[in-house]
Design a protein around this ligand. Structure first.
Ligand code: NAP
Ligand code: ZN
Ligand code: ZN
Length: 349
């Protein structure tokens, strides 16, 4: 049982601080991974501060994990020591329900087992995430990082990448579609890159005028600032598809009005509080308001291969583990360009 160093939220009200934990020795179907990089997702903040409730503390966040295999169990055939691998938002599921069968483990009827803030299946052993030096995961929940993807810039693909790729694919966004991305943070910047790589015409809707030039550099064709509200009249009825990645409370109706007839808005951001939706905003133009949760293992591998083929990776700011509290504060202010990634070598101390 190797002891590894980590960074944890010991309680929801305090900054994250050093922590040590035990990782299980690999069982027959397990892959032991030395973690190189872990992205910092806004979901880490929501959970470390217990904004969604029922958090399990101490909590080691982190579900955008990239590392190298250090050992494999006797039954594992798909991975060998030295392989570059990834772990995303879940490390297990029931493996027998219709959704697990369909490769959509995130919608497992019994509930997926989160990479952190969960218990290993059938036990009271907490799962701990990627702000740590190593992790042991069942081979069925480990991703292969394709050749050519830089490992630090690949880490955010494990959540921000798949969370935006999955609805683009599922709802059939195609070349020439007019797509708006609301909120240019970790998820938002991946949505821009992926939608542009699929041939969509992408507009960024942002509260930060200062991100205009970045939006173009990321591949967006157009940018509109939202703070003064003018865009909501000027661009009404323009978009086929809107990807809403906003982490804080905001007015869904204003954005719904930007959709065409039969347009779809997908909610990805999970604000702490619910927000009202006006029936008319949907009815008058037969619009759809939907949600989407990360993506299954098969689709995550497809997304990684797509990124390698199209030269897509996250734009990152590499930080030490002891800078994570500062990173949280900057993310809350929308000051992220465009994903903080922890260099887990900094945990060695
Ligand atoms: P992030 O990097 O912090 O980006 C969020 C962006 O939202 C900010 O950069 C900002 O962009 C915008 N924003 C923030 N506060 C706002 C406000 N009050 N009004 C309008 N816009 C605001 O966060 P992230 O990691 O991309 O995560 C975004 C959300 O998705 C979080 O709630 C997270 O929990 C959730 N999430 C969901 C899934 C899923 O499966 N559905 C997966 C991962 C994360 P601008 O400066 O451009 O306005
Ligand atoms: Zn995430
Ligand atoms: Zn299941």
């Amino acid at each position: 049982m190797p002891t590894v160093r980590a960074y944890a939220a010991h309680v929801p009200s305090a900054p994250l601080a050093p922590f040590t934990l035990e990782r299980r020795a690999p069982g027959p179907n397990d892959v032991a991974i030395d973690i190189l990089y872990c992205g910092v997702c806004h979901s880490d903040i929501h959970q470390a501060r217990d904004e969604w409730g029922k958090g399990i503390f101490p909590m080691v966040p982190g579900h955008e994990i990239v590392g190298r295999v250090s050992a494999v169990g006797a039954e594992v055939t798909g991975f060998k020591p030295g392989d570059a691998v990834g772990v995303g938002c879940f490390v297990d599921s029931c493996r027998t329900c219709a959704h697990c069968d369909a490769g959509e483990e995130q919608y497992c009827i019994e509930g997926m087992t989160g990479t952190y803030n969960a218990f290993e299946r059938g036990t009271k052993t907490p799962t701990y995430g990627g702000y740590s030096q190593a992790i042991t995961v069942d081979a069925g929940y480990v991703l292969r990082i394709p050749e050519g993807l830089p490992l630090d810039r690949a880490a955010p693909l494990l959540c921000a990448g798949i969370t935006t790729y999955s609805p683009l694919k599922h709802f059939g966004v195609k070349a020439g579609d007019r797509v708006a991305v609301v909120g240019l943070g970790g998820l938002g910047h991946m949505a821009v890159k992926l939608a542009a790589a699929m041939g969509a015409i992408v507009t960024v809707l942002s509260t930060s005028e200062a991100k205009r030039a970045d939006a173009a550099a990321l591949g967006a064709h157009d940018f509109a600032a939202t703070r003064d509200g003018k865009v909501f009249k000027a661009r009404a009825g323009e978009f086929d598809f809107i990807i809403d990645t906003v982490s804080a409370e905001h007015d869904y109706n204003a954005y719904l009005n930007l959709l065409k007839v039969d347009g779809t808005m997908v909610l990805l951001g999970i604000p702490e509080v619910p927000a009202p939706v006006a029936a008319g905003a949907l009815i008058m133009k037969r619009r759809r308001l939907v949600g989407s949760l990360i993506g299954g293992i098969r689709e995550t591998q497809e997304m990684l291969d797509f990124c390698a083929a199209h030269g897509v990776a996250s734009d990152i700011e590499l930080i030490r583990a002891d800078q994570v509290n500062e990173a949280y504060e900057r993310m809350i202010k929308g000051d992220v360009r465009y994903r903080f990634v922890i260099d887990c070598a900094s945990l060695a101390g």
